[in-house]
Design a protein around this ligand. Structure first.
Ligand SMILES: *Cc1c(COP(=O)(O)O)cnc(C)c1O
Length: 463
């Protein structure tokens, strides 16, 4: 090691000395001795590496306090970082799906701070079961006799199958053997629940006779699965729930539907594509309906099973229910969300999911026109910044063909290079509140449908 290198190493101060610098006081106050000392040791290690590799001290050695501050704020960042979802998909599974209503947020905060009557009967009114409050609400909203709440809809389907038809055959149309994404595929879930899948019909056409012919002594359930993320068009036929219920009654076999998303209100009144409604299925006599809490319902991640008293009691008693039951935070958020549905005329304002989905494109156009000038000033040298019409998606397994007209700010690199575009997307992903857009047709698109705080976005993008 030559003298020069040696003198570089000796310019790295000892941790004790660095800790005693007056400019460290604020950091020690905020993060404590342990974290600051650990960060200093890491930084020293980095500095030694830099000397070893490049024979120089890193520039930040001029100011250890700032280096520690940056290091700690980076490492203390939550793994669940809030972002701007400008991807154009409202219920984005990778971004946490539905934003909760303020009422739900308050309710969750309250049950986190307090002991609550989760399974405690205050007045002898039979509330000693954790699902009861929500069951009552769900029954009022949907006309179902009873309900069961679990952690997500995949769990709801699994539990329903295990409780109703384990060791038996479950009849499903070949057109409805859905894969939702992740590891949720109807045939796999069947197997895990201990049921034997019996496929009937063909990919495009399934008739009532197909179901009838498949039913035997071994049949435990006739099941329909909402083909939420694809669409079969052309020469098609399917048996609706009402018809299947008639067959089920005749043969003494229960009928279930996995709706996936489902909507408790008629979305068409907001100019949105129609989604099947659980209450309509209950009215047509379906024994059990399952759907998600954090898709179109706009609540927390949860799975809801609606149905007859007889079957729901069987489901509640199944040992898997104990493993899949929802916690008090979920139940509190779900209850508060469902209460909003008791005032349907206010729902478009009170429920963020519906508010974002039902936004008129003119609203996004106005925001775009307010944002474009400062963004052109900031990015105009490298990018052509424009306002363009685009189509948002509902997401989370709502029909991908149903798109919602919106407006986006688009950034097209002047040099036409994909790498310039990638660099911009990466830069924005690295912001204090990352901005998530979508790259398409050689441009970065910021669909403004889910933007609620324009000033904060602008502050981030101009930083
Ligand atoms: C989304 C979906 C599921 C899974 O629901 P999660 O709440 O994500 O667990 C199951 N079935 C269908 C048809 C779906 O669309």
């Amino acid at each position: 090691m030559n003298n020069q290198t040696q003198s570089l190493y000796s310019q790295i101060p000892a941790v004790d000395r660095l800790l005693n610098l007056p400019e460290m006081d604020g950091l020690l106050c905020e993060y404590g001795q342990h974290l600051v000392a650990e960060s200093l040791r890491n930084l020293q290690q980095q500095a030694r590496q830099e000397i070893g590799q490049h024979n120089r001290l890193p520039a930040w050695c001029q100011d250890w306090a700032t280096a520690v501050k940056n290091d700690l704020s980076q490492r203390q960042r939550s793994g669940l970082q809030p972002v701007f979802n400008l991807s154009g998909t409202v219920l984005h599974t990778n971004l946490g799906r539905a934003l909760l209503a303020e009422a739900a947020i308050e309710q969750v905060a309250s049950v986190m701070r307090n002991a609550v009557t989760l399974e405690y009967d205050l007045d002898g009114a039979g509330r000693g079961h954790r699902d009861n409050v929500i069951s009552d609400l769900l029954c009022e909203l949907t006309g179902a006799e009873a309900a069961c709440i679990v952690n997500n809809n995949a769990a709801a389907v699994m539990l329903m199958l295990a409780a109703v038809a384990a060791g038996k055959e479950v009849v499903v149309s070949r057109g409805e053997l859905v894969e939702i994404g992740g590891a949720f595929r109807v045939p796999d879930v069947m197997r895990q629940a201990g049921c034997q899948l019996v496929e009937v019909g063909t990919t495009n056409r399934t008739h009532l006779a197909d179901y009838r012919d498949a039913v035997s002594e071994q049949t435990g359930l006739l099941m329909k699965v909402h083909t939420s993320n694809y669409h079969i068009e052309g020469f098609t036929a399917a048996v609706n729930e009402e018809t299947l219920v008639t067959l089920g009654r005749e043969l003494g076999v229960p009928v279930a539907t996995d709706l996936g998303s489902g909507s408790l209100i008629d979305l068409q009144q907001y100019g949105l594509p129609a989604e099947p409604m659980p209450q309509n299925l209950i009215a047509s006599g379906v024994d059990l309906v399952t759907f998600s809490g954090d898709k179109l319902l706009g609540g927390p991640q949860a799975g809801i099973i609606l149905g007859s008293k007889y079957w729901i009691e069987k489901i509640q008693r199944h040992p898997l229910k104990r493993a899949l039951r929802a916690g008090k935070l979920t139940l509190a958020a779900l209850e508060a969300t469902l209460r909003l549905y008791q005032q349907p005329d206010r729902l478009a304002a009170s429920l963020p999911t519906l508010r974002l989905l039902s936004r008129d494109k003119s609203e996004m156009q106005v925001m775009a026109s307010q944002l474009i000038t400062p963004l052109q000033q900031r990015y105009g040298e490298q990018f052509a910044v424009s306002i363009e019409p685009c189509l948002s998606q509902i997401g989370s397994g709502s029909l991908p063909v149903d798109r919602l007209p919106s407006y986006a700010l688009t950034f097209a690199p002047m040099d036409g290079r994909g790498r310039t575009l990638e660099a911009l997307a990466e830069k924005w992903r690295g912001l204090a509140k990352p901005v998530i857009g979508r790259i398409q047709d050689g441009k970065l698109w910021l669909d403004l449908r889910c933007l609620e705080d324009q000033d904060a976005l602008l502050e981030g993008l101009l930083a």
